[in-house]
Write a protein that binds this ligand. Structure first.
Ligand code: ME8
Length: 667
């Protein structure tokens, strides 16, 4: 790559106990956009993503799927990689934390920290959250303060990392590097956390097996975060990082819930090992669904595939980056997505490109006309575009994606207005009329050229099509964004092939198609084993599958005490009404009398039970489950069913032999 400056950025290294939803896709899309942008600014860029394959939750998911851990993670990692490839999100490096070369990095990092005196042996008893893979500061029996799920008491011999020794060095470092943690809200959060004092951190485990072994200490494996964070180094050479020259990373992009691991632990580990620290940690906000974080453990996820199949990848990229201010939370809705697609992409950019090309075709035999004399309104549009170029680049530099897109689309709107007032389709073909028309169409085509170069990092597919349509030379992705200026489109250029951009789509139909595909994806068997999905309940399946009361039930071999069982309140209920839900072919909406009240409950049984035959039937209902929305419909409780056969056919639990009173408790 010659003398180009290097730029190294990373996505989080995602857990393999589930498949990607659009939250993960969002992080990867942002990185992919930055990668493309930096390339167009002349950098030699490396982007890393990967899969975090160790730890207790992966171990349990593999147990549930009934396959060895190595088989489980290999299949899941392959699914992640395949999806990113299909979506055109091709990182330059994909690290699996079960790769041998990664184990070498982790062991090397540990050795450096130990040699420098920052590791010591000890014992630890504490509450551990297996979902966040972190010890949490709560009493036994209390829930995790971060995610609200149950914690476990863990006692183990382990090695400690002297995190406490890094309070001052970290605070000094943050002070010297005010842009290390972004955005500022997260920086402030981390500053007060570190100022509050740091306790040493247990970085090995003897209570689990599924991890990278600690050299010479065969009972110990590494704590997943010590393991996963090191993957950023593995990707660019591990112990030999200096040879490749990409370390330190310029940017670790993460979601806000893992900022502490990246902005406190990771720099402390690197300081202890005397390795260079990354330039910046950027923590973006969450995609919310029905106002709560979209998450595999909650089950309120939307996957990228159905959206991409119906609207295309550019539409998903545009929507996510345009609608959510980077750094803040954003709400996902199909409605807003389709609205953006129709207004900004189909009617906006798509329409401008096809209109311009059709007029050039009709009046100038498909060749970009030469503007003879320009009028003030042509020059005003040129000036407006030139100003926009500078402003958009400024926004990209600051990762202000939504503002950058807003500004690009303001130019698209200005061009629409200009065409409407200049009317190059009206009038005849006298020399004067053709000359005016030439100026207008050249101006519009040139504006389009600038717009697609600017939009390319976010919209890699459609911009290539417009670039080809304009007959512009070279590859759009190889254009130098820094020297983008008005006036680059040569008159006389023959227009290229026209390809469909964004066909307009009917809102209701598009939404139904996406929701139906999503529903199907949620109910599809997991790629690994029969019941792997049970560890991460999917919206359509959890309400009826017997044994998935919390979706995170311990493996069958583990015993629970009666106190755990009594937490689940089950009662006899009687179904009062039952109806299908439009766009969710597996779900029925039921109202159920549970003795004290009538509840609305969604159940994933629509393919096996006729709604009208269910009325009056007595069923077992979990009544103290937190309410949640399935396909936008509130579900307040869960109907218990056996899961039969390899496809998990639901068979409702009931009371056929005795007449039981509605509301009676099951114990
Ligand atoms: O935390 N909105 O992996 P993970 C936006 N293995 N982004 C979201 C999101 C949402 N609703 N849900 C997930 C781990 N993400 C660790 C990381 S790194 C060394 C180890 C994105 O599979 C976001 O980037 O739980 C978040 O930080 C990441 O996925 C968590 O992925």
């Amino acid at each position: 790559m010659g003398d180009k400056p290097k730029y190294y950025l990373t996505t989080p290294i995602y857990y393999t106990n589930g498949l990607p939803h659009i939250g993960h896709t969002y992080s990867t899309i942002v990185c992919d956009t930055i990668r493309r942008y930096k390339r167009m600014r002349g950098f030699d860029v490396v982007m890393t993503t990967g899969t975090d394959e160790h730890g207790v939750n992966v171990e349990r998911s593999a147990q549930k799927a009934g396959v060895p851990e190595s088989e489980y993670v290999a299949k899941m990692a392959a699914e992640w990689k395949k999806l990113w490839d299909e979506l055109g999100l091709q990182a330059d490096e994909f690290v699996r934390t079960t790769d041998l070369k990664h184990a070498h990095t982790v062991q090397w990092l540990f050795k450096l920290c130990r040699e420098n005196g920052y590791i010591y042996p000890g014992h630890y008893t504490g509450q551990y959250c297996i979902y966040d893979n972190a010890y949490v500061d709560v009493k036994a029996g209390e829930a995790c303060p971060d995610c609200g799920r149950p914690t476990e008491t863990v006692t183990e011999a382990n090695f400690y990392f002297k995190l406490s020794a890094f309070q001052k060095p970290l605070l000094d470092f943050y002070k010297k590097n005010p842009h290390f943690i972004q955005p500022d809200t997260r920086r402030n959060e981390i500053l007060s956390f570190v100022e509050g004092g740091l306790r040493d951190l247990s970085i090995t485990r003897t209570s689990i097996r599924w991890g990278i072994p600690v050299p010479g200490e065969e009972k110990h494996v590494f704590y997943v975060w010590f393991d996963a964070l090191s993957a950023y180094l593995t990707a660019v050479g591990g112990p030999n990082y200096a040879q490749r020259g990409y370390w330190p990373a310029d940017l670790h992009l993460v979601g806000k819930e893992i900022i502490r691991f990246h902005a406190v632990y990771w720099p402390a580990f690197l300081m202890a090992a005397m390795l260079p620290l990354p330039e910046q940690i950027w923590a973006h906000g969450w995609l919310l669904m029905d106002n709560s974080k979209m998450s595999k453990s909650v089950g309120n996820v939307v996957r990228p595939r159905p959206i991409v199949d119906v609207l295309g990848m550019d539409a998903l990229r545009y929507y996510l980056l345009r609608e959510t201010v980077f750094g803040q939370d954003g709400n996902f809705s199909y409605e807003a997505l389709i609205q953006r697609y129709n207004s900004d992409l189909a009617n906006g950019l798509g329409n401008l490109a096809s209109r311009t090309a059709a007029l050039v075709e009709k009046y100038f035999a498909g060749r970009v006309p030469k503007p003879a004399a320009l009028e003030p309104q042509d020059e005003a549009l040129a000036k407006e575009t030139q100003t926009a170029i500078a402003e958009v680049l400024e926004q990209y530099e600051a990762f202000g994606f939504s503002r950058a897109l807003e500004r690009i689309w303001s130019v698209v709107a200005a061009a629409d207005k200009y065409l409407t007032s200049e009317q190059p389709w009206a009038g005849g073909t006298t020399d004067a009329e053709q000359s005016r028309r030439a100026a207008v169409l050249w101006t519009t085509a040139e504006l389009l050229r600038a717009v697609v170069v600017l939009a390319h990092p976010v919209l890699p597919d459609c911009t290539v099509k417009v670039w080809t349509l304009l007959g512009a030379p070279g590859k759009i992705g190889a254009q130098d964004l820094g020297s983008l200026a008005w006036g680059g489109l040569a008159p006389g250029t023959a227009l290229g092939k026209s390809q469909p951009l964004f066909p307009r789509i009917e809102k209701k139909e598009a939404q139904e198609r996406m929701e139906a595909m999503e529903n199907e994806a949620q109910n599809a068997p997991s790629p690994v084993g029969a019941s792997a999905a049970a560890a991460t309940p999917a919206a359509g399946t959890a309400p009826v599958a017997a044994g998935t009361v919390a979706g995170t039930a311990p493996a069958a071999t583990e015993k629970i005490g009666i106190e755990d069982f009594t937490k689940v309140e089950m009662r006899v209920g009687q179904i009062k009404t039952a109806e299908r839900i439009v766009g969710a072919d597996k779900l029925l909406k039921l109202t159920v009398d549970i003795g004290t009240e009538i509840r609305q409950i969604c159940a994933g049984i629509a393919q096996f039970y006729e709604p009208e035959k269910l009325i009056g039937r007595k069923v077992a209902v979990v009544v103290n489950l937190a309410p949640r929305k399935l396909r936008g419909v509130e579900s307040n409780g869960m109907i218990v069913a056996a899961s039969v056969g390899p496809e998990g056919r639901p068979v409702l639990a009931g009371f056929p032999d005795e007449d039981v009173e509605v509301g009676a408790r099951l114990r």
